[in-house]
Design a protein around this ligand. Structure first.
Ligand code: PBG
Length: 338
């Protein structure tokens, strides 16, 4: 059509580059803003160690003592990071078939939660990973049914309910069930309400995939799945996308206050779908393998690590995540807060 400017001689069709010319212009028109406010730092605390122990496959991450954990939480708080999620690691001799140490009121996660809550009060959101794999001697996320050899869903859910109450009692404001058992969110909500913890929130690991990207986490948490096993019988299959929406819808119906997609970068499509399918805050977990790949390539001088980290986390936000759990939380807070 003759009214179409693109057809007028000498006029380029569009000039999208105009708005990219200066940092100020780019800042003004940016569609996505990654902020320190979006970040949650995953932290490990180990029983029976007397000094923090670096995790070789997660450079910059350590297994903390309760004391060093509190120092790290204070540092993150000072950088403006709003939340932490704690993973307690028992002494190897305290692991058993049902992960019983996890539920003890004087267990490592509960002691760490109490110490951290004591240090930061309501100044930071203190979350607990609600799972048993760190505490079971077979490394699965629940109890094994002796007849089938699989994780027994309902018996495990009953333990998660007790675990969530123990964590809330110790000071967790948010419990985050990560075992992918059916019905876990509803059972935890019921147990929390019945125990006087109606205000304790649930962040459901709703769409958690059986990923090969959890390797460094299992180093950090000293989890080995017995007999070379895997979690494909309870975590999601990487080939499935719609199924994630089904998981999220169920978890929200059961009372999830926030839902999570995990891992992040290999599931950006899932994050976008989940964002569209529900109204609660959506978290994404940029997991250990995602972090380790950036660190390893950076160490070899092959990529600009901090720039790649920012690009990856921005992509996770752009896909629709409101909250990002990342081992880069402290590093990114230093860059963004500067
Ligand atoms: C289970 C749990 C895992 C992670 C978080 N919670 C491991 C698993 O499912 O095997 C992995 C997180 C990461 O890789 O950073 N308690």
């Amino acid at each position: 059509m003759s009214s179409d400017v693109s057809l007028r001689a000498g006029f380029p069709a569009v000039r999208l580059r105009r708005l990219r010319r200066t940092p100020a212009l780019r800042r003004l028109v940016a569609e996505t803003r990654l902020s320190v406010d979006d970040l949650v730092a995953p932290l490990f605390v180990a029983d029976g160690i007397d000094a923090a122990r670096p995790v070789p496959s997660l450079p910059g991450v350590a297994q903390h003592t309760v004391d060093s954990l509190v120092i790290e939480v204070r540092r993150l708080s000072g950088l403006g990071v709003p939340g932490v999620i704690l993973f307690g690691l028992p002494k190897p001799e305290d692991k058993d078939a049902s992960g019983s140490h996890a539920l003890r009121h004087d267990g490592i996660t509960q002691r760490a939660l109490a110490a951290v809550r004591d240090a930061v009060g309501d100044g930071m959101v203190v979350m607990a990973d609600t799972c048993l794999d760190e505490f079971t001697d077979h490394g699965h996320c629940g109890i094994i049914d002796p007849t089938t050899g699989d994780v027994d869903n309902d018996a495990t859910v009953a333990l998660y309910a007790g675990l969530a109450v123990a964590q809330a009692t110790a000071g967790a404001e948010v419990v985050a069930p990560s075992g992918m058992m059916d019905g876990q969110v509803g059972a935890i909500r019921t147990a929390l309400d019945a125990s006087g913890f109606a205000d304790t929130a649930i962040l459901a690991y709703a769409a958690k995939y059986a990923s090969a990207l959890y390797g460094p986490f299992r180093d950090a948490a000293e989890v080995t799945i017995a007999d070379g096993g895997d979690r494909k019988g309870y975590q999601q299959d990487a080939r499935n996308r719609r199924e994630a929406v089904a998981e999220v819808v169920l978890d929200v119906a059961e009372g999830a206050d926030m839902v999570m997609v995990k891992p992040a970068l290999t599931y950006l499509d899932v994050i976008a779908d989940v964002r569209a399918a529900c109204a609660v805050p959506v978290a994404a977990y940029h997991v250990s393998g995602e972090y380790a790949m950036v660190k390893a390539a950076e160490e070899r001088g092959w990529i600009d690590g901090p720039a790649v980290a920012l690009e990856q986390l921005t992509a996770v936000k752009r896909a629709g995540a409101d909250i990002i759990l990342t081992y880069f939380a402290g590093d990114v807070a230093e860059v963004l807060g500067a």
